[in-house]
Design a binder for this molecule. Structure first.
Ligand code: HEM
Ligand code: SF4
Length: 645
């Protein structure tokens, strides 16, 4: 057997409690796929409960199994797992011989059959590690896999040199020779691969193309000195991690550990100094471990997957000391005290995420003027004047919705009400509502997904058109104001209300204590604020948060992480309207804090009070669908049951 974890008797299995602890981390890290290997994961006493939890979060689960226990677990596999990969070492006799288990192949066959009896389309595929004993049976192995009803087969070379899979010190020469191929055996393997890819049926069934199969040949050639070892294209340490039963965390199966989760969260380990240093120093192409790697990963998210990343916008990254991130080329501040200090620091100038230099003096002055104009246009008197009108609109809309048993509170309330508000505040022509709303949506999508160039280009035109239509508005920067009110506001409300629905006791408190609304809005902003990240450029060299920031350097402020800093807000992941932890930072703070803050607070208060009166609970039958991207995200639809239902 290639995988030696099964020999480990000290760390029998990850406990159920530990698994639960990982769930919070897994949500935070936007994990998309969890693969359980072993040993034999099917021997884990609590595996399926954990799989069910992960699936509830929209995370794919895969089990790598010997296949011996499939039959017994068939029903639960089909119910709780997305797919299974079985180790197949060859046709029947070869498989049994390598496994050293008489009848292992037959047991595997019965297991696959049992799974397919329940669900004929359930994906079970094979993985075959090529070595001395099976190198001449590649085509036969593929045929056997097909006859078993498996979906596909994947081949890989045996790992002969690393200390992975519970092999401290690696294998000795004698053990290596039992597995490695001689020169003549390599020639046999090559001809097996040739036959495999020239048969179009098999070629479709085999996961690897000719080039990838050739890598296996090269691996064995390098072993006997016929060619230099060459590393694959791999980004495993940047997109995945291996967590072992004892809590040890590795950047991939083969490299040394970067920490353990004992006493730390998985996120703290993966973004801790050792892991960051490891990734910074690793050059896959020249690293000797990578050059002998048999199981690499080059994962690139598709567009659809990028969207699915957005599992839950209400779980921001935990705060940590200031660090320099070479990927964003800037200092990242995420602790409350650090972010607060940066927001008050006048030598840090607000910039767009793309800006490569600090703004010019004239730009800064224009920005200050704009701020003053906005504050004048949104005076306290003006806000009071609008208040009754907006409250009446909200009340009558929710009154209609209460006659339904179940409704989508985003589409039926937050979006249309916010659009009506935006039209009134900017004094835009109501007849233009639909057009303005569609333009504003394009602009907002670009802000939510700033790395998407296609969306950004669309937004450019939309922005200009929006400004043109709103030319005569009395509100300064009427285009951005329209976007903030018609788009950003309902998106914030969707996040805030999801948070409320997940904390029913707090929702109940709002009904019995309506005076709580102002503090509730601050707590909802802390917990579910929409703007996660602000950008600054240093106008001069300065020391901040323990870092020396050079003139012109970028500084990234993680608002939502700071708002969950346990040093400022004890139990930060709990929504609690009794909290007294100092001001939240969702609308910024200090000289550049949101000029629309008073208006937004008033609007959020009106809408949330009506929401609490009208909405009973989240409709459990409708999964939450997220929209947005790396900038911000919010539920696209939020189905709720009505209180009068
Ligand atoms: C839910 C809606 C809103 C959110 C989440 C929001 C968020 C923010 C945040 C986080 C900042 C701080 C930027 C920084 O420090 O770099 C900001 C600034 C600002 N906001 Fe808002 N905002 C919203 C609505 C509005 C509205 C409706 C208006 C105007 C009508 C507005 C006008 C401004 C202005 C002018 C600034 C810049 C202040 C300055 O640089 O001095 N915002 N906003
Ligand atoms: S090539 Fe292999 S050893 Fe190197 S990082 Fe990727 S998975 Fe790890």
């Amino acid at each position: 057997m290639m995988c030696d974890i099964w020999k480990n008797t000290e760390e029998a299995e990850i406990s159920a409690g530990e698994l639960e602890r990982y769930v919070a981390d897994i949500r935070r890290l936007s994990v998309q796929w969890v693969v359980f290997s072993g040993g034999e994961p099917l021997m884990h006493s609590d595996l399926f409960r954990f799989c069910a939890t992960l699936r509830g979060l929209g995370i794919r689960t895969t089990i790598l199994s010997t296949g011996l226990l499939l039959e017994r677990n068939a029903q639960r596999l089909v119910e709780h797992v997305d797919d299974v990969i079985v180790s197949l070492d060859g046709p029947q006799a070869v498989h049994d011989r390598i496994r050293r288990v008489q009848g292992a192949f037959e047991k595997l066959a019965q297991g696959v059959h049992a799974v397919h009896e329940i669900d004929p389309l359930f994906p079970v595929s094979a993985r075959c590690t090529i070595q001395k004993e099976n190198h001449a049976f590649v085509c036969e192995t593929a045929r056997a896999a097909k006859a078993l009803g498996l979906q596909s087969i994947s081949f890989l070379a045996a790992d002969l040199t690393s200390e992975a899979f519970n092999r401290p010190g690696g294998w000795d020469g004698a053990r290596q020779n039992k597995i490695a191929l001689t020169q003549s055996e390599i020639a046999v393997l090559e001809s097996q691969f040739d036959d495999l890819v020239s048969d179009s049926d098999s070629a479709q069934f085999v996961a690897e193309n000719r080039e990838k199969l050739q890598r296996i040949v090269r691996h064995y050639q390098a072993q006997v000195g016929l060619c230099a070892p060459a590393a694959p294209n791999c980004n495993a340490p940047w997109v995945s991690a291996v967590v072992e039963a004892g809590g040890t965390v590795r950047p991939c199966f083969f490299h040394r550990p970067v920490g353990t989760v004992n006493g730390l969260s998985l996120e703290q380990v993966l973004n801790g100094p050792e892991a960051v240093q490891f990734r910074r120093n690793l050059d896959v192409a020249t690293n000797s471990v990578c050059q002998r790697c048999v199981c690499s990963l080059n994962w690139q998210p598709t567009r659809a997957e990028r969207h699915r990343w957005a599992v839950d916008a209400l779980s921001p990254q935990a705060p940590q000391p200031a660090y320099y991130d070479p990927v964003v080329d800037g200092w990242v501040l995420s602790r409350y005290s650090d972010v607060l200090a940066a927001l008050h620091e006048t030598r840090l100038c607000p910039v767009d995420s793309r800006a490569s230099t600090p703004p010019e003096r004239t730009d800064i002055e224009a920005q200050q003027q704009l701020r003053r104009d906005t504050l004048t246009a949104l005076s306290r008197r003006k806000i009071q004047f609008w208040q009754t009108q907006f409250a009446d609109l909200a009340h009558s809309r929710f009154r209609t919705l209460r006659s339904y048993t179940r409704f989508d509170v985003v589409r039926e309330f937050a979006e249309p009400w916010s659009l009506a508000v935006a039209l009134i505040v900017t004094e835009a022509d109501e007849k233009e509502g639909e057009r303005l709303s569609s333009l504003a949506r394009k602009v907002s999508m670009a802000a939510a997904d700033p790395l998407n160039e296609e969306i950004r280009q669309t937004a450019k035109g939309a922005n200009q058109e929006l400004a043109k239509i709103l030319e005569s508005s009395p509100i300064p920067m009427s285009g951005p104001a329209f976007v903030a009110l018609s788009q950003t506001l309902p998106q914030f409300l969707a996040n805030a209300w999801l948070a409320l629905l997940r904390h029913p006791m707090q929702l109940e408190r709002l009904r019995s204590e309506p005076m709580l609304i102002p503090v509730a809005i601050e707590e909802l902003m802390r917990y579910a604020g929409l703007a996660h990240t602000l950008y600054r450029r240093a106008s001069t060299k300065l020391n901040l948060a323990g870092a020396t920031i050079e003139q012109g350097a970028r500084v990234v402020l993680k608002l939502s992480s700071a708002n969950r800093d346990p040093l400022q807000f004890p139990n930060p992941d709990v929504l609690d309207f009794s909290r007294r932890g100092g001001p939240q930072l969702a609308l910024g703070m200090g000289p550049h804090s949101c000029a629309g803050g008073s208006l937004i607070r008033m609007l959020a208060g009106i809408a949330t009070a009506e929401f609490a009166e009208s909405v009973a609970a989240l409709d459990a039958a409708s999964p939450i669908e997220w929209q947005g991207g790396s900038g911000f995200r919010s539920p696209k639809r939020l189905y709720v049951s009505s209180r009068s239902a």
